[in-house]
Design a protein around this ligand. Structure first.
Ligand code: KIV
Ligand code: ZN
Length: 498
């Protein structure tokens, strides 16, 4: 039987520490519920002593989320532990996560202490936390730069004091994968009571090694991994959930499984990105926009013959509906033919050659060719003219010291409907007005505005990605007025649902 790795998600604690990523309690509950649906085992919901808002969020998450263990962070300080215990009072399964710095730097330059006193404080904190909860995790902050021999002494003492989980953080993201793996192995082999607790990894990404270090830790005996969605977290971030989980799932020679429902990965990633205002880099492993997009002619041809020629993960496994073939000047006939076929045009021989020539001319001018462009190439009316929902009128009020308002009239099946909404900007107000007029429940997942050249009279291109009933739809528009372009792109995406 496979061994089990526990997934400890700290998006709402380490992730939320990132400037600009702060969420309110309602948003935190939404993320916590998504993490529950994703199947994480432990949710680190906050650092309750740090602010009344953090305290409240831990309380509310404890009430709203019942399957995972809810964890609260503390320093090795009695007051912190009392407040954490109080914040967890409604949790069905609860854990206190307490700890202290163990590296030479932390002991001498941060805590102004010495090695023996740190062990005493660590033991005291664990024993105090045990008075409130059974499940106590201990973190040895900066374990990555802590001497293995001393770390082993700390760990043995806290296990004897009752710690159930031992967090070995690479707080500064300094270690290399073989060193981090060796550290976990050393603890497994040299701490005599180590089997009484689970070893956990918590790696930061300062040198881009967070996932590699985590996987190395797992291969050497760690059975809990601390991760965040999209790898967000202090500085360069934490190990990302999606990378660790998909590494274990894709590498058949690693017989360790998680409880993660991988099909929810993509939508959870987008939820966190949009609520935290933290875009996902396009080339991010697993969840980036380009993670399953193929652009060179050779790769496109290979993928169309057999997906596995160039893909080690089936996009469906992470909740992405299909691999995408990006049509660019480097695409070959096979890719063009495939996309045309999806649009309902079966072209071969001379006809395909002619369209392909026109396509290359256009692709030299335009970086990314969309379905609308192809329809024009094959001589059909662009979809916006035949669309079910069209933008009839748009009027916005915006500016400094004004509440942005938008009035939108939509032509839906030749009947006009009007709505007015306010928002945090004219685009927000206009999209809200559109939403109020349609019957589909849609969530905006991505919104990208680009200028084609650099002048202020330039054409603005807007790409929009929306979600409806778990499916993703894309919309596009170009206009010298970016608010109009935004609304048209939004409507374009909605028309694809219809
Ligand atoms: O990176 C770290 O060491 C931490 C601890 C508080 C667990 O986030
Ligand atoms: Zn951390």
């Amino acid at each position: 039987m496979s061994e089990r790795l526990y997934i400890f998600d700290t998006t709402l604690r380490d992730g939320e520490q990132v400037p600009g990523c702060q969420l309110n309690t309602v948003e935190k509950i939404e993320v916590a519920k998504a993490l529950e649906a994703l199947g994480v085992d432990i949710i680190e919901a906050g650092f309750p002593i740090s602010s009344p808002g953090d305290f409240k969020s831990v309380v509310e998450i404890s009430k709203a989320v019942r399957k995972p263990t809810i964890c609260a962070l503390t320093r090795a300080v009695e007051k912190d532990i009392e407040v954490a215990a109080d914040s967890l009072k409604h949790a069905k399964y609860k854990r206190i996560h307490t700890g202290i710095g163990t590296s030479f730097y932390h002991i001498h330059y941060k805590l102004n202490s010495n090695e023996e006193e740190i062990i005493e404080r660590a033991v005291k904190a664990v024993k105090y936390a045990k008075k409130f909860v059974e499940d106590v995790e201990f973190y040895a902050e900066d374990a990555g730069r802590t001497e293995n021999e001393y770390l082993a002494r700390v760990i043995e003492a806290v296990v004897a004091a009752g710690a159930t989980v031992l967090n070995i953080p690479d707080t500064t993201g300094y270690t290399l994968p073989h060193e981090f793996g060796a550290k976990i192995k050393y603890l497994k082999e040299n701490v005599k009571n180590i089997d009484k607790a689970i070893i956990s990894t918590h790696c930061h990404n300062d040198l881009g090694m967070a996932t590699a270090n985590t996987v190395s830790g797992i291969l050497n005996g760690a059975r809990q991994a601390e991760v965040t969605i999209n790898g967000i977290g202090e500085r360069a971030g934490n190990t990302s959930l999606e990378e660790v989980v998909m590494t274990l799932k894709s590498r058949k020679n690693i017989d360790i499984e998680t409880n993660i429902n991988t099909k929810n990965i993509y939508k959870t990633s987008r939820l966190v990105s949009s609520l935290m205002n933290m875009p996902v880099q396009p080339n991010k492993a697993i969840v980036g926009r380009n993670a399953f997009a193929h652009s060179s002619g050779i790769h496109q041809d290979g993928v169309l013959k057999n997906r596995e020629n160039y893909e080690i993960i089936d996009p469906i496994d992470v909740g992405v509906s299909e691999s995408s073939i990006a049509l660019t000047a480097r695409s070959g006939r096979a890719a063009l033919k495939h996309r045309l076929k999806l649009l309902g045009y079966e072209l071969n021989g001379d006809k395909l050659d002619k369209i392909y020539e026109k396509f290359l001319e256009l692709a030299d001018k335009k970086k990314d060719i969309k379905d609308e462009d192809l329809e024009v190439l094959v001589g059909k009316t662009p979809s916006s003219e035949t669309a079910k929902i069209k933008l009839a009128h748009l009027q916005v009020l915006a500016g400094k010291s004004t509440i942005p308002m938008a009035t939108v009239t939509l032509d839906i099946d030749s009947e006009e409907f009007t709505a007015t909404e306010s928002g945090n900007g004219p685009v927000d107000a206009a999209l809200k007005a559109v939403k109020s007029l349609i019957r589909h429940k849609v969530r905006l997942e991505e919104y990208l505005v680009q200028a084609i050249t650099k002048g202020s009279d330039d054409l603005g291109k807007v790409h929009i990605q929306i979600e409806n009933k778990g499916k993703v739809y894309y919309g596009f528009s170009g206009n010298t007025d970016i608010i109009t372009a935004s609304v048209e792109a939004f409507i374009d995406a909605i028309n694809k649902i219809v």
